[in-house]
Design a protein around this ligand. Structure first.
Ligand SMILES: Cc1cc2nc3c(=O)[nH]c(=O)nc-3n(C[C@H](O)[C@H](O)[C@H](O)COP(=O)(O)OP(=O)(O)OC[C@H]3O[C@@H](n4cnc5c(N)ncnc54)[C@H](O)[C@@H]3O)c2cc1C
Length: 400
């Protein structure tokens, strides 16, 4: 039976990085993945350019950009392996990158460059990689070592690193393997749900907005009550079934089923004052004045909701104008659901951090580690999830 110092299950972002670092520390490492292709999620990330980290990440205040039942769990790993450390690595490999928006760093050319970098790091560490190779069973022998029955035979190791990611995008290989292993070894789980996901709206309530599909505009979006309120200033995109765009993806990770979201569709200006001014100076229809303040498609759809809004602005009552401004600035609507794992970028919840060491990612089962998205740590949109993958992988690789 082949024997290794560490077996990493999952050749994605966290798994490959962990394997490379551990290999370069002199460990005999096997990484295996049931998919034929390596790191598929890295390949499709960031629109094919991988938003691989974020310069605004503050390791001393991780709760700002990460969601977890224990938001302080990720602090240790994130402060020991920072965005600057990963940028250093990317530069050493001569990969061009640029900053886009709010500290987000993307590859200039393609996410493929990042995958090649991870593979070269594995090669430098003499890492063995088996793909496609599923794992049929994992057990712990009397000597404390782990045995894995794989599609290429049984292998043994003193350490197993579970890096199988979350449940999103099943068609490229996502499975619940990590959660099943956690359960098998008596580790607790935080309930999983899709995050960074478009929100959907059914039925008549959505009818007035269905025609806006394709429209994008900057908004302020929030959810939660006084205590739990979370807000983002980002773009919104209307879709056929609901709302998407960066603002909605961000808020979706905080949204609780059954509760509303609130949007300001004109966050920059004072709509009420602008409409009141127009009333005294303009002979145009209200819809035309509104179209100077918000996208014209939005203006047209919006005025359909009230006959008082379908007349010249000079003839509209002060009350009607105030109501219109108020409804655009405080549009409250309750999603019926999300697009689910088939469209979600991440999975919220996962292996409960109470059963993991924040220093090493080792679980309360000696020799069994969990890294990356399978852990109950979820980042904001913008490169935070990859930084968690790198940082948790690095912490683990140092400890193996
Ligand atoms: C469309 C999309 C775009 C994204 N863009 C970004 C972005 O730009 N920036 C960012 O920070 N994050 C982004 N993310 C999130 C990011 O991709 C993940 O958070 C990150 O890949 C998690 O890394 P991981 O190594 O934990 O899991 P993954 O990268 O998902 O790797 C898990 C690996 O485990 C393998 N695996 C699963 N089950 C088994 C099994 N049973 N046996 C063997 N192998 C198995 C899978 O095949 C996969 O290779 C995006 C996600 C999606 C879906």
């Amino acid at each position: 039976m082949q024997d290794f110092d560490a077996i990493v299950v999952g050749a994605g972002a966290a798994g490959l990085f962990c394997a490379g670092v551990a290999g370069q520390r002199g460990l005999r490492v096997l990484v295996l993945d049931h998919s034929e292709k390596v790191a598929e999620k890295v390949r499709i990330s960031g629109g094919g350019r991988a938003n691989f980290t974020n310069r605004e990440l503050d390791p001393q205040a991780p709760h700002k950009h990460f969601i977890s039942a224990n938001p302080h769990f990720c602090r240790s790993a994130l402060s020991r392996y920072t965005p600057a450390d990963f940028v250093d690595l990317v530069q050493r490999h001569g990969i061009g990158f640029h900053e886009k928006h709010k500290g987000q760093l993307f590859c200039d050319r393609s996410a493929e460059d990042l995958i090649q970098m991870l593979l070269r790091e594995c090669e430098a560490g003499g890492v063995e990689r088996w793909q496609p190779c599923g794992v049929k069973a994992v057990r712990r022998g009397g000597d404390g070592r782990y045995e894995l029955d794989t599609e290429r035979g049984t292998v043994r190791s003193r350490a197993v690193v579970v890096a199988t990611g979350g449940l999103s995008i099943p068609k490229i290989g996502a499975t619940d393997f990590g959660y099943r292993i956690a359960r098998q070894f008596d580790l607790r789980l935080v309930e999983q749900r899709p995050g960074l996901v478009p929100l959907t709206f059914d039925g008549d309530a959505w009818m007035p907005y269905a025609g806006l599909a394709g429209l994008a505009l900057p908004v302020r979006i929030e959810t939660g009550d006084k205590k739990s309120r979370m807000a983002f200033m980002e773009d919104l995109l209307f879709t056929h079934r609901g709302l998407s765009g960066p603002g909605v993806l961000q808020i979706s990770s905080y949204w609780q089923e059954g509760s509303p979201i609130r949007l300001n569709l004109s966050p920059e200006g004072d709509l009420q004052a602008a409409l009141a001014r127009a009333k005294t100076t303009s002979r145009k229809l209200l819809v035309n004045e509104l179209a100077a303040l918000v996208p014209s498609r939005l203006a047209e759809a919006w005025v359909q909701q009230d006959p008082d809004w379908q007349r010249p602005v000079a003839e509209a009552s002060d009350k009607a104008l105030a109501r219109l401004a108020e409804r655009l600035a405080r549009w409250e609507i309750t999603p019926t659901g999300t697009e689910g794992y088939k469209k979600a970028e991440v999975t919220l919840g996962g292996v409960d951090t109470r059963d993991l060491s924040s220093q090493t990612m080792e679980s309360k089962q000696a020799g069994l580690y969990f890294i990356g998205e399978v852990v109950d740590v979820t980042g904001w949109l913008g490169g935070y999830n990859f930084q968690w993958a790198w940082a948790s992988a690095h912490a683990c690789a140092q400890a193996l």
